[in-house]
Write a protein that binds this ligand. Structure first.
Ligand code: COA
Length: 379
């Protein structure tokens, strides 16, 4: 072992598996369930709306009726994009991945926000409100502009779920559709120290501001091993096409050593509670939307992956067919994930600032040592 390598001799946890990097009271994977500040995800999905969950994640308790009214008003006041954003937003390229567009627009909005680099709790909370209220608006505006339509102005007195569907589809969504989408937002809002929340925490630990932290998180969520998996799942289902083609597809893909998107999880080994809820929604919603084969193929894939690989579906697996049934375009699936997860990112940044220490792990050096720089003509 060389001198340089000796210094890094401790065990390496590849992918930081099993490393506990911070204390948090925001959310926890507790056996077969997920807790947001002590409440199970099953309970919250059934009995709380997305705005109540955001309040819970940021302020630590479920709001009273009066608190919820005030909180919704605050979010509603920020849901529209500032008018000064339109000229540059409309000038951005539209034939790009919507996650890249979202990233660019969040960066652009930070340039117009006088609080962008302020770290006080009050200003961080104000920015969290603006960002969380606006991500759905940005995503819907992107879709309308690329489809040759003018962005639909959101309604400040409606919920974020209602506004997203309204701004995306251009007409008032049914109460049931809003409720179903709202449940999706609740289910995706936070998930302990997942990769994008960790990114947000790493960035904020340098005392960088909320916008930079959320931009880091958006970039992290985009990858197909994280939030990008929901889009990949639907593309896979489209490629499979019918239930009888599930087995040949798995034979070929597993034979080639490919990953089946929407399966596997670093922490859950007994099943992801969010996937269980989404599975039930998928069965109902795909039937109602006239695309029941999406659920049939998904359920068969789940069965076969359990038999062949002992693997379980994660949150991205059934959310894919649910979003398709709700009429959301496939490349917006991951941005829709961001629209919800931004609530968790903001909660993590706020918690990080409260007891900050910069994240600075080590990397074990395995390269050569003591090389000598030769004059350029002798190399
Ligand atoms: N399909 C097929 N095999 C899979 C797999 C999948 N979706 N996920 C993991 N595996 C296999 C790996 O090939 C590896 O096998 P090996 O030990 O024979 O090499 C083993 O399972 C362990 O995988 P690993 O990548 O070490 O697990 P991880 O904890 O680092 O990764 C995920 C977790 C979620 C990133 C991983 O399961 C994955 O890539 N899933 C697909 C993408 C996805 O759905 N992401 C959304 C996560 S919510």
């Amino acid at each position: 072992m060389s001198e340089a390598t000796k210094e890094y001799a401790g065990a390496i946890d590849r992918g930081l598996e099993g490393v506990v990097a911070c204390s948090t009271s925001i959310s926890a994977i507790a056996g077969t369930t997920l807790l947001y500040r002590g409440y199970t995800i099953e309970d919250l999905a059934e009995n709380a709306g997305f705005e109540e969950v955001i309040h819970l994640l940021w302020l630590g308790h479920l709001p009273t009726r009066a608190e919820l009214g005030a909180f919704r008003e605050t979010l509603g006041a920020s849901v529209a994009l500032p008018p000064e954003a339109f000229p540059w937003l409309l000038g951005l390229p539209k034939q790009v991945h919507p996650m890249d567009f979202l990233h660019a627009v969040v960066a652009g909005l930070s340039l117009h926000d006088p609080d962008a680099n302020q770290l006080s709790p009050e200003r961080t909370l104000r920015k969290a409100v603006r960002l969380t209220a606006r991500i759905g608006t940005i995503v819907a505006a992107y879709h309308r502009v690329r489809s040759g339509q003018w962005p639909q102005q959101p309604e400040p007195d409606q919920t974020l779920a209602w506004n997203f569907l309204y701004s995306l589809l251009g007409s008032e969504p049914s109460p049931q559709k809003v409720r179903d989408f709202d449940v999706c937002l609740v289910l995706h809002a936070d998930h302990e120290l997942n990769a994008s929340a960790f990114s947000a925490r790493v960035t904020s630990s340098t005392l960088s501001g909320l916008y930079s932290s959320v931009m880091a998180a958006i970039g992290t969520l985009k990858g197909s091993l994280h939030g990008g998996a929901n889009e990949a799942v639907l593309r896979m289902l489209d490629e499979i096409g019918s239930p009888e083609r599930v087995d040949p597809y798995l034979d070929r893909s597993l034979g080639e050593g490919r990953r089946i998107m929407g399966f596997g999880h670093r922490v859950y080994k007994e099943g992801d509670p969010r996937a269980r809820i989404l599975k039930q929604m998928s069965e109902r919603l795909t039937r109602e939307a006239g695309v029941p084969e999406l659920y049939t193929m998904s359920a068969l894939l789940e069965e076969r992956m359990a038999e062949r690989k002992g693997m379980i579906p994660n949150v991205d697996f059934y959310s894919a067919s649910v979003y398709r049934a709700l009429g959301i375009p496939v490349d917006l699936f991951t941005p829709v994930f961001a629209m919800s997860r931004v609530a968790g990112w903001c909660a993590h940044v706020m918690e990080q600032y409260q007891d900050n220490r910069i994240y600075r792990p080590r990397g074990r050096y395995v390269g050569p040592t003591r090389l000598k720089v030769l004059p350029i003509d002798q190399r």
